[in-house]
Design a binder for this molecule. Structure first.
Ligand SMILES: NC(=O)CC[C@H](N)C(=O)O
Length: 331
């Protein structure tokens, strides 16, 4: 397949990048058959498994969209990055990290076994369910809506509109998620939760049900790439030291028990969700050459057919191809 080398000195650069990305999306769309749409949250089963879309937004203003980018989908586990950031901004990094560690688990995202077997003093990291539920309990407020207000405000600053919760997805997960309830009860017994279990789970289910598009994910990725600064207004939206930890967590834990492979073969911080979204961050590179997006970009992907680990099967292949073609890996 073509490698996508472009001459950045011509006016046609953006058009060429667009043509390459269109070709790649078309190619990898045919590989969605190897995955399966999540069905343990009944509402997610309605997604079209053959969808694949990507938005890439560069620091210098280049915007590339290709494939099924018009869909709204629930953010699911990608919200864990935002709730971690919000909790750190609200309570301070030290406070949060005393209650949730920053170590990968090597287990499935909804594993409960490792908590007990490994005898850790706190959940392993905020990007697996146990750590994310604990993090939701750290958000200030007495109700789930109060707890999520700063997260909504953060998202609104980045994506330019107040996001909405998909009530059907929320109800669907709330009424079926026995596994997350089991994790919640375990966390409660161990004394990890700082708010009422019911409110904590409601907060977690609601944050997972926030609707986004690939554009929204790319904009979030771009702010993370830009160390927390909005690329247009230059406002500091997230303190840099919090962004740094969030990105390192994405790199080491963001793709669950496939994080090592993703770091090796793609090499950029990313976070997946079971609705098929991936938020990816390309930090700026200093090396000059004729490849696009070396000044950094955010990438949003949607491809609901998932692999065994719960990551978008075609989305990963597409990101791997783009990262290799444009030498975007950090390593
Ligand atoms: N990997 C995911 O996206 C999981 C999120 C989902 N809401 C759950 O807790 O099961």
């Amino acid at each position: 397949m073509v490698q996508g080398h472009v001459n950045l000195n011509t006016e046609k650069t953006e058009q060429w990048i667009q043509e390459y990305v269109d070709g790649w999306v078309e190619f990898f769309k045919k590989q969605t058959d190897t995955g399966k749409v999540a069905d343990y949250i009944p509402k997610l089963e309605e997604a079209d498994p053959n969808s694949l879309g990507i938005t890439i937004i560069g620091k210098k203003g280049t915007e590339i969209r290709s494939g099924d980018v018009e869909h709204e989908f629930s953010i699911q586990s990608i919200s864990k990055v935002l709730s971690f950031i919000t909790a750190c901004m609200d309570r301070g990094i030290a406070y949060v990290l005393q209650r949730v560690d920053v170590e990968p688990t090597g287990e499935a995202f909804n594993s409960i076994m490792h908590l007990e077997v490994k005898g850790h003093q706190r959940p392993f990291n905020p990007l697996v369910n146990s750590g994310a539920i604990t993090t939701s309990s750290l958000l200030s407020g007495n109700t789930s809506d109060e707890k999520l207000e700063p997260l909504f405000q953060l998202m609104e600053k980045i994506i330019g509109r107040r996001p909405e919760i998909d009530i059907d997805v929320y109800v669907s997960e709330r009424d079926t998620s026995m596994r997350n309830r089991a994790i919640g009860y375990y966390l409660l017994e161990e004394g990890y939760l700082e708010s009422d279990l019911g409110v904590t789970l409601e907060t977690y289910f609601k944050q997972c049900s926030i609707n986004v598009t690939t554009d929204d994910l790319a904009r979030i990725g771009l702010v993370l790439s830009n160390d927390g600064i909005h690329p247009e207004t230059e406002e500091i939206i997230i303190p840099r030291n919090i962004v740094r930890i969030a990105k390192s967590l994405m790199l080491t834990c963001g793709m669950y028990d496939a994080s090592g492979k993703f770091a090796s073969y793609v090499g950029i911080p990313a976070k997946s969700g079971v609705s098929g979204g991936i938020l990816a961050v390309v930090p700026p590179r200093v090396r000059e050459n004729e490849l696009p997006f070396l000044s950094g970009c955010g990438i949003g992907v949607f491809g609901p057919a998932l692999d065994k680990q719960g990551n978008s099967v075609a989305g990963i292949k597409l990101l791997r191809h783009i990262a290799n073609s444009w030498d975007l890996s950090l390593f």
